[in-house]
Design a protein around this ligand. Structure first.
Ligand code: IPM
Ligand code: MG
Length: 370
């Protein structure tokens, strides 16, 4: 029996997780679902959106299924803290980013496929899979503001290009570090190539900007060239992030597997999602060597909370990714086929697809079609 941490989080996360449960129950997955606390509610009441007990729950389960969370910028977050917690040094940071780093979930897999018959498809035939590095890069969280004098002096002594910033007052200077490791680059590129090989895909496109961001993007490109040598028959394409956005809108059908660092992967995965119907269809898996957290790409959509109107397809496709990772490939294939049929049938649709069916009606239809 599997043990699965059940983390609905905030807002519509709860509603789409209910939809997932309907489908999992119909599949009779042999699993215990153990609910865990995560999200805004716990930030407000405890000053921590990812309590230690939730980390422990993850340590004691096979994987986690996660709904969605609300995140707000630091100052707004501070204003919503319970009065007795204010000014005690609590500072908000995203619990999903924390989970990715805490459990070293280095590979963020985001499939974006145009299901035939989806009225929201930008073009037919799109079948992209984004591999996003998930633990480092601009998300490393090493940031400075104000920048203290000793830090400025140090950077000035180390790099001549820092010199023009040395006289900027510390409060008026902000630095966010983009940290790459060779190991981090290699493992995300390898994951992309291995996936391409397993699924018979013709190319892997590495999306960076090495002509400007020479050191970090350069490290990723070098890793890609090296690893590509071990995969004859799969072409390596190198495209800059800005051009990639343009090409994805122009000729999305030309691309197959995309691999990028954390921030660029964040950007292209939203773009790719919109090409195939938007966040209502965007599933994602955060995969490490020992643990994995599965989450739809969308957020908690506070304005729809309580209405059971958002599209649960992203969550159902995420559930499919979880089943695949667990090795339950038959069940995973059932969800995929049934989602496909439900979309193609045009009978039951949520508002984003022009219908008026509820989140749970979609799940029930997917079950019928299974
Ligand atoms: C995503 C989201 C997150 C991210 C946010 C909610 C922190 O945009 O999963 O793509 O930036 O990674
Ligand atoms: Mg994102």
């Amino acid at each position: 029996m599997y043990k699965i941490a059940w983390l609905p989080g905030d807002g519509v996360g709860n509603e789409v997780m209910e939809a997932a449960k309907i489908v999992l129950d119909a599949l009779k997955l042999d699993a215990e679902y153990i609910p865990g606390d995560i999200g805004w509610e716990f930030w407000k009441s405890e000053g921590n959106p990812l309590p230690d007990r939730t980390i422990e729950l993850c340590q004691n389960t096979d994987c986690a299924l996660f709904g969605a969370i609300t995140s707000k910028p630091r100052d707004e977050a501070a204003e919503e803290l319970a009065p007795e917690l204010r000014d005690k040094g609590f500072s908000y940071s995203s619990p999903i980013v924390a989970l990715r780093q805490r459990f070293d979930l280095h590979t963020n897999l985001r499939p974006c496929k145009a299901f035939p018959g989806n009225p929201l498809n930008f073009k037919d035939g799109i079948d992209l899979v984004v591999f996003r590095e998930n633990t480092e890069g601009l998300y490393a969280g090493v940031e400075f503001n104000p920048v203290e004098d000793d830090m400025k002096a140090f950077l000035d002594s180390k790099h001549k290009k820092f010199h023009r910033f040395v006289d900027v007052p510390g409060e008026e200077l902000a630095i966010s570090m983009r940290i790459f490791t060779k190991k981090g680059c290699e493992r995300i590129v390898r994951a992309a190539f291995e996936y391409a090989k397993k699924t018979g895909r013709p190319s892997v496109t590495v999306v960076e900007k090495p002509n400007v961001i020479r050191e970090t993007s350069g490290m990723m490109i070098r890793a890609a060239r090296e690893i590509a040598k071990g995969f004859p028959g799969i072409e390596l394409w190198e495209t800059n992030i800005d051009a990639m956005c343009m090409w994805l809108v122009k000729n999305p059908g030309d691309y197959s597997v995309l691999v990028a660092s954390n921030m660029f992967g964040d950007i292209i995965s939203d773009l790719a999602a919109q090409l195939v119907g938007g966040l209502g269809f965007a599933s994602s898996a955060n995969i490490g060597d020992k643990y994995a957290v599965f989450e739809p790409t969308h957020g908690s959509a506070p304005k729809y909370y309580g209405q059971y109107k958002v599209n649960p397809m992203a969550m159902l496709l995420t559930t499919r990714l979880m089943l695949e990772w667990l090795g339950e490939t038959d069940m995973a294939a059932k969800i995929d086929k049934s989602v496909s049929k439900t979309i193609a049938d045009e009978k039951i649709r949520t508002y984003d697809m022009g219908g008026s069916n509820s989140t749970l009606e979609i799940a029930e239809e997917v079950v019928r079609n299974m």
